[in-house]
Design a protein around this ligand. Structure first.
Ligand code: SF4
Ligand code: SF4
Length: 109
């Protein structure tokens, strides 16, 4: 199976993240949420948007937020049922791959 390029992943992430309307319907049922927005699904998407679209923040910081996600997909089910089907869990996993690709490219240069 061929690996998706960093640029293609970036395009996919940015296209899909636009469908998140920040309704926060997925926040409280995220099992890692303990009161801080960044610990939630929607918070993770906001951090992804800042890093991928605007080059704000650090890869290490984003990586920590994304690897704290338990990949349970509850946010995804919730969004599909009650909001825009923005596929937040898929976006989180794609961004993990985007970060891993970038790290690999850094090591190879
Ligand atoms: S429920 Fe969907 S649209 Fe609403 S904040 Fe979560 S990911 Fe975004
Ligand atoms: S997949 Fe991740 S972000 Fe979504 S509800 Fe589960 S732990 Fe939270």
């Amino acid at each position: 199976m061929s690996e998706t390029s960093t640029k293609d992943l970036e395009k996919e992430i940015l296209e899909k993240i636009q469908t998140c309307i920040r309704c926060r319907m997925c926040v409280k049922m995220c099992p890692t949420y303990e009161g801080w927005f960044t610990q939630s699904s929607a918070g993770r998407l906001a951090a992804i948007n800042l890093r991928v679209r605007y080059d704000l923040g650090e890869d290490e910081e984003l990586s920590r937020l994304l690897y704290d996600c338990a990949t349970c997909r509850r946010c995804q089910e919730r969004c599909k049922m009650f909001s825009t089907n923005a596929t937040p869990a898929d976006i989180i996993l794609k961004t993990r791959q985007w970060l891993a690709n970038k790290e690999k490219e850094r090591r190879e240069t």
